[in-house]
Design a protein around this ligand. Structure first.
Ligand SMILES: Cc1cc2nc3c(=O)[nH]c(=O)nc-3n(C[C@H](O)[C@H](O)[C@H](O)COP(=O)(O)OP(=O)(O)OC[C@H]3O[C@@H](n4cnc5c(N)ncnc54)[C@H](O)[C@@H]3O)c2cc1C
Length: 479
C-alpha cells in the first residue's frame, strides 16, 4: 500500500544507513517527512539534584540531530524539529500536515514504550496509521532462537545460542534521495533547541579531556574508518580495551551506538571486511563479543520490563541500601579520598565518558564500599554519560549491585588491586587529580599510607588539599 505522506519519527536511530523505518517509508510513501521530537521530560530535575539528561549528553544529542538534518538536506530532504511530548506535538503535527502514517523504531523500556503507546492511540484516533520497526540490536528480535520470555539469564548461554543459530541481517543502504514536500516546510522546519532552554549550561571543554567525540552519523562513520582502517587498532583491541587514557584503547563507538548514529550491524560488517582484508584474530572477534553484551542487556530488559529499574532488581533482592546524600555527592564530585575512584568520577563529570574499567570500579565502590542505593548511581550515570543507553546502563548497574542475573556471588572490585593492574604508574590518577600530582608512581593511589611529613613536602595535606578516604573499609583495599 502506498501512503501519500509518511512521517519518519527519529528516536535513538539518528542516522540514514541501516534504517529500516526510513527505507520502508521511502518505499511505501509518496512524500516523506523526517521528524525529531525533543521531549522536555528528558530534561527534568531529578530528586537527587541533577537533571535526567545533563549538559554534556544534551549537547551531544543536539549535535547528532544537527548532523542528521544536514545529511537529510544533502539528499533533498529536511528534518522537522518539534518540541514537546511526541504523543501531543507529533500527533498535532501529523494532523496539521495530512500525514497518513508514522514510522518509527521500537524501544523496549517503560518510559519509551508508554510514549509509543500513547502516540499510537492518539494517531489511531485521527485515522493515522503507525508502523514500528526493531532496529537497535545486532541480532534481530525475530531471529532469536528462543522467545523473548525465555532469553537465557546467563550471558554465555545467550551468546552461544545466538552465535550457533541466529543470522545477522544484511545492512540496509542509506537512501540517495528523499521526496520531501519542500515548499510547505522550507520556512518552518524548526530550530534545534539550545540546551540553555532546558536550564542547562553550555559545557566547557576540559583541557585534560582527550575525547574527540561529536554527535552524529558523520562522526560515527569517521571514527569507524579511523579506528579500523587508518589507525589499524582493531587488531589489538582485546589487549588495549581495559585502558584508561585516550581515544585509542577502545573503540568509543558507544556514544554513537546509544543514539543510533551508527548501527551495530554496520560495525559487524566492517569487522568482517577487516578480517578479510587485513587480519582476523581474537581482537576482531572480541569487538563483536562486546556488541553481543549490548544485545543481551537489551533483550534482558525486554524480558524483565520495569524490574530493571527496581531496587530489588530481577533477582528480588532485599532493599538494604543506604541513602546518604553526603556520601553520594562525595562520590559524584570525585572527593571520596580514594584516588582511583575520584579520578574516574572527575573524568565522567567533565567529559561525559568513563572507561569500562573505571565504570566497574566506581560502581562497585558505590554499592559495595559505601553501600549506597545502586539506582542512585545508575541515575547519575544516566544524567552524565554521553553513551547513556537505558538497557546497558541499568543492566550493568544491576549486575554490579548483585541484583541482576550474574551467577557469580560477589562483584566486589578491590580498588587498589585494580589501580595496580590498570594504572600502575598512577598516570591516570595524576591526570585527573592535580592536587596529588607530586606523588610518584603507585604512591598516588594510596596517599593515606604515606607519612604526614612526606606528604607535606609535596604540598599535600590530607583532609585539606585532598580528602581522607570516606570509608573505613579502606583497609580492605590494602593487600
Ligand atoms: C556501571 C556501568 C554502566 C554502563 N553504562 C553504559 C551505558 O549507559 N551505555 C553503554 O553503551 N555502555 C555502558 N556500559 C558498558 C561499557 O562500559 C561501555 O559500553 C564501554 O565502556 C563503551 O566504550 P567503548 O565504546 O569504547 O567500548 P568497546 O570496548 O570498544 O566496546 C564496543 C561496544 O561494545 C558494547 N559494550 C562493551 N562493553 C559492554 C557492556 N559491559 N555492556 C553493554 N555493552 C557493552 C558497547 O556498545 C561498546 O561501544 C556500562 C558499564 C558499567 C559497568
Amino acid at each position: 500500500m502506498k501512503f501519500s505522506r509518511i512521517a519518519v519519527w527519529f528516536r535513538n536511530d539518528l542516522r540514514l544507513h541501516d534504517h529500516e523505518a526510513l527505507s520502508k517509508a521511502i518505499q511505501q510513501g509518496e512524500e516523506i517527512i523526517p521528524v525529531v521530537c525533543v521531549d522536555p521530560r528528558m530534561f527534568f530535575q531529578t530528586d537527587l539534584g541533577f537533571p535526567k539528561t545533563g549538559a554534556i549528553r544534551a549537547k551531544f544529542l543536539m549535535e547528532a540531530i544537527q548532523n542528521l538534518r544536514d545529511s537529510l538536506r544533502k539528499i533533498g530532504g529536511d528534518l522537522i524539529i518539534l518540541n514537546g511530548k511526541p504523543e501531543e506535538a507529533l500527533k498535532d503535527f501529523a494532523v496539521q500536515y495530512q500525514i497518513k502514517a508514522v514510522f518509527f523504531s521500537k524501544e523496549v523500556t517503560s518510559e519509551e514504550r508508554s510514549v509509543e503507546k500513547s502516540l499510537e492511540k492518539a494517531l489511531f484516533s485521527q485515522g493515522i496509521a503507525c508502523e514500528s520497526f526493531w532496529q537497535s540490536t545486532l541480532f534481530h528480535l525475530e531471529d532469536l532462537p528462543f522467545p523473548v520470555k525465555q532469553v537465557p539469564e546467563v550471558f554465555t548461554q545467550f551468546r552461544k545460542e545466538l552465535e550457533k543459530s541466529s543470522p545477522i541481517r544484511e545492512l540496509i543502504p542509506s537512501p540517495n534521495t528523499i521526496n520531501f514536500p519542500k515548499d510547505e516546510f522550507l520556512t518552518s522546519s524548526g530550530e534545534i533547541p539550545n540546551i540553555k532552554s532546558y536550564g542547562l549550561d553550555e559545557p566547557k571543554q576540559d583541557e585534560k579531556s582527550w575525547l574527540e567525540i561529536k554527535g552524529g552519523e558523520s562522526s560515527a562513520l569517521g571514527r569507524l574508518q579511523s579506528y579500523f582502517w587508518e589507525r589499524d587498532l582493531l587488531k589489538i583491541y582485546k589487549k588495549t580495551r581495559n585502558g584508561l587514557i585516550g581515544m585509542d584503547y577502545s573503540s568509543k563507538f558507544s556514544p554513537w551506538l546509544a543514539l543510533g548514529c551508527i548501527s551495530p550491524r554496520k560495525i559487524y560488517y566492517e569487522v568482517k571486511r577487516y578480517e578479510k582484508d587485513r587480519k582476523k584474530n581474537d581482537s576482531t572477534y572480541w569487538l563483536i563479543f562486546e556488541l553481543i553484551w549490548r544485545d543481551y542487556f537489551r533483550f534482558i530488559s525486554k524480558k524483565h520490563g520495569d524490574k530493571i529499574f527496581h531496587i530489588e532488581g530481577i533477582r528480588h533482592q532485599k532493599d538494604s541500601w543506604r541513602r546518604d546524600t553526603d556520601l553520594f555527592h562525595s562520590w559524584i564530585e570525585g572527593k571520596t579520598g580514594v584516588p582511583f575512584v575520584d579520578a574516574n568520577m572527575r573524568e565522567l563529570k567533565s567529559t561525559g565518558f568513563m572507561s569500562n574499567r573505571g565504570r566497574q570500579n566506581v560502581a562497585s565502590f558505590l554499592v559495595n564500599d559505601l553501600g549506597i542505593d545502586w539506582t542512585w548511581g545508575a541515575s547519575y550515570f544516566e544524567s552524565q554519560l554521553i553513551d547513556y543507553d537505558v538497557c546497558s546502563n541499568w543492566g550493568n548497574w544491576m549486575y554490579v549491585a548483585g541484583v541482576g542475573n550474574d551467577p557469580r556471588e560477589s562483584r566486589y572490585f578491590n580498588i587498589l588491586r585494580q589501580g595496580k593492574n590498570y594504572d600502575p604508574n598512577g598516570d591516570f590518577v595524576r591526570l585527573w587529580i592535580p592536587e596529588l600530582k607530586n606523588l610518584q608512581g603507585f604512591d598516588i593511589h594510596q596517599p593515606w599510607d604515606l607519612s604526614t611529613a612526606h606528604l607535606k613536602n609535596l604540598k599535600i595535606q590530607l583532609g585539606h588539599t585532598y580528602p581522607h578516604p570516606i570509608v573505613d573499609s579502606v583497609h580492605r583495599l590494602s593487600y
